[in-house]
Write a protein that binds this ligand. Structure first.
Ligand code: GDP
Ligand code: CA
Length: 335
């Protein structure tokens, strides 16, 4: 029998905290499953940097490109159908090419830089881009103020992109700092989304806890607003079977002596989360006391995986609250 889809639009909104690639996978699932405009993604800006005179926001761009369908699925960053004339010409001139910028991607960085130089806050420029790209989900930087992730290695403090891209996460990390975080304010749109009377759930996406989520939590006003939230706060583990799917989360967790497990990540969020979503392979993982464990498939390969995990997360939130969640768009109601 054909499956019907509900079309009822109910009130209710969801906030997701995200870094780049891993977070964007679940953000896309939530975006597709929720009714238009009901999702707000709060993005990490600790990776932002100035390079070749350009203001580059890697995680915001990953979210913009992912939610607009422009992302390159194989590379994991940047846009699909990209060309590299700019990089090649730059190389011929002896310019810095360690940070790859495609021709189409370059337009994003140039337009953003122009806008910021004319006094536009990052949150306004980001909102402009998401509208131009036809994205109904709200995308908000964690702060309009500069917050910069830095990592202490044996060779001293490294800027984030130096560590992450130029040195390919090879240095052993002893400490992580978020310069500027203490004085930073949440960007407009962050606290209002978290205080929205229609808010149903807050989701911590499966992003790197140490360099994607913790910079967001280091903005004092965001942590305070999260603590004051009366809706379920649900985190999804980026670690499956002790390993990161991609990137240095597990390596960093080990180097900083937290251990690389789903349980260790939950510990980092213990004062915030109400539920912790782990993969089936981590079904026995311990969770902090008072936190509900949700076991499901958390590996997102296909679009169906992304939507299924998004629904599982929203279902878990639903079971913990009495408010209905507006995840009706793609929910099957008859079987
Ligand atoms: P970045 O800013 O581009 O480094 O990306 P994030 O910090 O948002 O995401 C990196 C994290 O995503 C890594 O720790 C991965 O383990 C995690 N990740 C990537 N793909 C998946 C997936 O399919 N499922 C889960 N649970 N985690 C994933
Ligand atoms: Ca990132």
């Amino acid at each position: 029998m054909e499956r019907a889809r509900t079309v009822t639009v109910r009130p209710g909104s969801v906030v997701a905290l995200s870094g780049g690639v891993g977070g964007a996978k679940l953000a896309l699932g939530l975006h597709r499953v929720l009714d238009n405009g009901k999702l707000t993604v709060i993005c990490n800006t600790g990776d932002d940097f100035r390079h070749l005179g350009l203001h580059i926001c890697p995680d915001i761009d990953t979210i913009l490109y992912t939610l607009s369908g422009l992302a390159d699925p194989d590379r994991g960053w940047g846009r699909h159908d990209e060309t590299w004339n700019f990089m090649e010409a730059l190389k011929d001139l002896g310019g810095e090419t360690w940070f790859r910028i495609g021709d189409r991607d370059l337009a994003t960085h140039i337009e953003r830089t122009q806008r910021l130089e004319h006094g536009e806050p990052l949150s306004v420029a980001t909102d402009h881009f998401r509208r131009r790209l036809g994205i109904s989900t709200h995308i908000v930087p964690m702060s309009d103020d500069p917050v910069r992730t830095q990592l202490l290695s044996e060779a001293g403090w490294l800027d984030f992109q130096d560590y992450f891209v130029r040195q390919r996460c090879n240095p052993v990390v002893r400490e992580i700092a978020f310069a500027g975080a203490e004085k930073s304010e949440p960007a407009p749109g962050v606290v209002s989304a978290l205080n929205d009377p229609q808010l149903q759930a807050v989701v911590i996406c499966p992003s790197n806890p140490l360099i994607s989520i913790e910079p967001i939590l280091a903005v004092p006003g965001i942590r305070k607003a999260l603590k004051g939230c009366s809706v379920p706060l649900i985190g999804v583990s980026p670690i499956i079977g002790g390993r990161a799917i991609r990137g240095p989360a597990d390596k960093l967790m080990r180097e900083l002596s937290f251990g690389s497990s789903a349980a260790a990540v939950a510990q980092r969020y213990a004062d915030l989360i109400d539920a912790w979503v782990v993969d089936k392979v981590d079904a026995d993982t311990p969770v902090p006391s008072g936190v509900k464990k949700v076991v499901t498939s958390t590996m997102m390969v296909s679009m169906e995986d992304r939507e299924k995990l998004a629904r599982d997360v929203l279902d878990a939130a639903q079971q913990m609250s009495f408010k209905p969640i507006s995840a009706t768009k793609a929910t099957d109601v008859s079987a």
